[in-house]
Design a protein around this ligand. Structure first.
Ligand code: SF4
Length: 317
């Protein structure tokens, strides 16, 4: 049931630069949470390090501000311990596609039901604007003494090849459009990526709001665009991934935003675990009773062993 946006606003003072695109992402998340009626007690926002790392401070939900590049492993542990929680990762392009790139790929391979929101501003804003993994070759933002000589990572193409089953791009200044994408990603069962183009008004003087103004267009307004795999068939899946990959390469006079690919037919990691450990669904690790209310342990070592019996890996000789 929908609830008020005010329910998700904290009174924490923000030290983001005035005009930063991050404000639009927080506003879109709060609106999405309100329209979905998410229970803050059953919602977890996990962030890494960077300007985006402060996102959990500004939204009423459980929040964990973790280490650089490690938001996804934290979120993975939380989701596996209690698969009933709604888990969202917020991270920068440097955090998730630089130091955290291995974890980003692993999440796609697992198709764990987590939504990843990349605050993609092409720079390391918190450390004064160095080139991040999404800045393109020969581009020079104002902090760089020389142009960038590395090629950029394409977050959409990387997510598609890693196995994400919901892949989209939003724009932080189109709050209502982004809100709809966030709602769809949260409702999707499986690993979801939203690559959000987020102007860094302080350090990125190339990808500004002015730059995006006449270039962005909405995929859903393209005649015939349909990103959803309707049947669990190899042919249709390949066709939809191919279409999405082609669109992901479009960057210049026209830049697409919207949903690139959705495949609801792939088993989630939670479902795969439940196949191996039948009691996982009813009693995942986070729901096991291990202590009395006063903190005294409920069970001894042997009982613990019994509780986690299904998770013990035996080495075959
Ligand atoms: Fe936003 Fe850039 Fe300022 Fe960081 S440095 S708060 S990304 S405008």
């Amino acid at each position: 049931m929908a609830s008020s946006i005010a329910k998700y606003r904290t009174d924490v003072w923000s030290d983001w630069c005035p005009g930063c695109g991050d404000f639009g992402i927080v506003a879109a998340m709060q609106k999405a949470f309100a329209e979905l009626g998410l229970d803050p007690a059953r919602t977890v926002i996990v962030s890494g390090i960077g300007c985006s790392g402060k996102t959990p401070h500004f939204i009423v939900a459980n929040g964990v501000h973790t280490l650089h590049g490690r938001a996804i492993p934290f979120a993975t542990g939380i989701k596996l311990a209690n698969p009933e929680l709604t888990v969202i990762v917020n991270g920068g392009d440097g955090d998730l596609l630089g130091i955290g790139a291995g974890h980003f790929v692993a999440l796609g391979r697992r198709n764990l039901d987590i939504t990843v929101i990349i605050h993609n501003n092409q720079v390391y804003g918190l450390t004064k604007g160095q080139a991040s993994p999404t800045l393109r070759r020969w581009e020079q933002v104002k902090s760089l003494p020389r142009p960038n000589i590395q090629d950029a990572v394409n977050p959409i193409a990387l997510a598609l090849s890693a196995g994400y089953t919901f892949v989209a791009r939003g724009y932080s200044l189109w709050v209502d459009h982004l809100k709809e994408i966030i709602k769809a990603a949260i409702n999707h069962k499986g690993a979801a990526l939203i690559d959000v183009l987020q102007p860094c008004v302080t350090y990125n003087d190339v990808y500004t709001a002015e730059y995006y103004k006449d270039r962005l267009y909405k995929l859903e307004e393209e005649p015939g665009w349909d990103p959803i795999v309707k049947e669990p068939s190899k042919e249709e899946t390949e066709e939809k991934i191919t279409n999405a990959l082609k669109k992901s390469l479009e960057w210049g006079d026209r830049i697409p935003v919207g949903v690139f690919y959705v495949n609801p037919h792939v088993e989630t990691f939670e479902e795969r675990i439940a196949k191996l450990n039948p009691s996982y669904r009813e009693k995942p690790p986070g729901m096991q009773e291990v202590a009395f209310n006063d903190g005294r342990p409920l069970v001894g070592v042997d009982e613990f062993r019994e509780i986690f019996r299904e998770f013990i890996v035996e080495v075959k000789k």
